[in-house]
Design a protein around this ligand. Structure first.
Ligand SMILES: [Zn+2]
Length: 139
């Protein structure tokens, strides 16, 4: 099972086309719940992906390639244009983007049988201006 988040007007870094796209992920309680960026995920007794209690994580998401170019085809280890990175801070979905290749889930993911996610200290610096309310993670 999975949850999914609607990402509105995501801009393709390759061709610039903007689109609305659904991205599936498996962090938090997963029973095909629909979210938007800014929504808070929940946790239940079981049926969760990942693990509660982490301040900031990036987790693997799956969706579609850009409708404009089919890409954006990030460099390895990303080998699928439908792969996304989804950021969750204090259980709130703060950002989703086509995977850039900077997060290597095979290598760095928190050990978890059901969900690929990586613990972060902060967002990548290039994201700071685009975060909601210009907010940065509080260390
Ligand atoms: Zn594109």
């Amino acid at each position: 099972m999975f949850s999914q988040v609607l990402v509105r007007q995501i801009e393709c870094p390759k061709c610039g086309v903007k689109s609305d796209t659904w991205v599936q992920f498996h962090f938090g309680f997963c029973r095909v719940q629909d979210f938007e960026v800014g929504d808070k995920i929940s946790w239940q007794e079981d049926g969760n992906g990942g693990e509660p209690g982490h301040r900031l994580v990036v987790t693997q998401g799956w969706g579609d390639g850009c409708p404009g170019c089919g890409g954006p085809y990030a460099p390895p280890p990303v080998c699928d244009p439908g792969q996304f990175d989804i950021f969750v801070e204090e259980d709130v979905i703060t950002h989703a983007q086509w995977a850039t290749g900077e997060f290597d889930y095979e290598r760095d993911a928190h050990p978890d049988y059901s969900c690929q996610y990586i613990l972060l200290d902060d967002y990548p610096p290039y994201m700071w201006p685009s975060l909601r309310h210009g907010k940065r993670a509080v260390k």
